[in-house]
Design a protein around this ligand. Sequence first.
Ligand SMILES: Nc1ncnc2c1ncn2[C@@H]1O[C@H](COP(=O)(O)OP(=O)(O)OP(=O)(O)O)[C@@H](O)[C@H]1O
Length: 605
Amino acid sequence: MSNSSLKAPFQYERIPIENITTDNKKKAKNMGATLKRIWNYLAVEKAKLTLVILMVMASSGLALLGPFLVGMAIDDFIVMQQTAGLGMLLISLIVVYLFHSLSIFLQNFWMIGIAQNTVYTLRKDLFKQFHRLPISYFDKRQHGELMSRLTNDIDNVNNTLNQSVIQIFSSILTLVGTIAVMLYLSPILTVVTMSVVPVMFFAMKWITKRTGPLYKLQQRKLGEVNGYVEEIVSGQHVVKTYSQEDMVIGQFEQRNNELKNTGFWALAISGLIPKVMNMLNFLSFGLIALIGGILVIVYDQQLVTVGTIVIFTEYARQFTRPLNELSNQFNVLLSAIAGAERVFNVMDETQEEMDETKAIEISSTNGNIKFEHVSFGYEETKILNNISFEAQTGETVAFVGHTGAGKTTIINLISRFYNYDEGKITLDGVDIKNIKRSSLREQMAFVLQDSFLFHGTIRDNIRYGRLEATDKEVENAAKDANAHDFIVKLPNGYDTILDQDGSGISQGQKQLLTIARALLAEPSILILDEATSNIDTITELKIQDALERLMAGRTSFVIAHRLNTIQEANTIIMLEHGEIIEKGDHEQLIKQKGHYYQLYKGQLN
Ligand SMILES: Nc1ncnc2c1ncn2[C@@H]1O[C@H](COP(=O)(O)OP(=O)(O)OP(=O)(O)O)[C@@H](O)[C@H]1O
């Protein structure tokens, strides 16, 4: 357990705001650009937006008219003890407030529609972007953290659009309108009402300067917590087998604690806003009543009337409320901009296809792949060095070598998950950098150790190899993959629903399904990463038999862990530290009596 977990839940560690502020300043530069991009999304809904603006103008105008009519009722009717016409005035007052409520209902209704459509498009664009990003992008990031952008960050934008946009706009209108009417009615009382504004301004500045960066940090911490949860939920098996529950709980506690602290301070400090506002509101109330009262008595209602004081007390509230709301919404807006920025950051990442303007599409291939003096590193360090080999059409090339030798990396280069740095890789004589990734990968099928099965029926999982395949073709592929027998024994046969990642079936059965999927895809090039997990001999024979059928006539690359399965390979490449140390077929390598021979003998024993 970490120390933090022992702390009382009501203790909140101080967040070093001064450190975050620098970050905020740097990010604030993008605020305008981010707002503009959000606006581009909103602008699609111009007609509805115009209606919302009209309704906000109506509600703000009506909110000004209400107190004005009350003042009139006091000065012209109640003080004058005049009743004729008062009924009419009161009915007008009721109508004004009715329309006020209606315009507020309509502006909210339409704005909710705009917000939903906007975040719908944002989510769609972000999800699409995920599919255009290179594998390297995902390799470097926590998946849960990325998911958090699609959920929490976009939710944040949604909340802001639902509430803040209208409030900000109507606050500004109400503010301007109130000041104009107040000046018209009594410049002296206007000055009195506004005397609290500088205090409000400084209080707000002090608060938002602290809460802005905290909201941003909170959003980041939330992403980290989500990332961690996603990782641990996916890795539950490992956590349990190594009894690391306490360690994991401790690590979670630390992240959770950081999120709690950030959330506490963000809310606690921004929670000061209404309190300060209320206090200043009462102060301005008192000042208006005091100074207005004195003016009424001294000048006998010549300068200020009783009705005007009533109007001003109401306006003082209307005047501070938008200021209050503006500052409140400003915080929400900051948090949404932080969220939107994180979403747009993903959208601005270089897409895989961006370097493919001149690349060609291929619809078929002979599957002749050649590596010529290829070198590559994921980052600075070289992982592969001077790799040369050739796989002729229909041949099998197997890679062997210790863990970390670079076997998977070679596969990553063939499938262009990463681009090679030096040398050349060609497919049928064409540099693979000049072939569109999507069309290159369409020629390939992968049977990997951790082949992913999706939540859905067995039939749909096999059909993933070729979506237009008929049920008959799916079943034939399953038969060729030796999977049919076990599938029909399941309670719902091909319609059995698999849990995500196929946890309802055995490891061997999973392999058979992925072979069926690959068979259905009818690829020219095959990439096989042999399963290392223990599979019973009968299933292993079934897998081997299915693989032979799958590999027949196709260029195949095999990452081999058990050497007895690759004796038929045309070329066996022995890798060490990213270099080829031996190359040849099984017979030749055995004769050489080198590393391969040693490894083979070791495995036989
Ligand atoms: N995405 C990545 N970013 C940075 N380095 C990586 C990445 N993937 C692999 N490496 C590094 O590249 C080297 C070769 O890894 P690779 O996965 O190709 O080995 P391998 O021979 O397939 O090993 P194994 O048999 O264990 O799968 C290793 O040192 C590994 O740490």
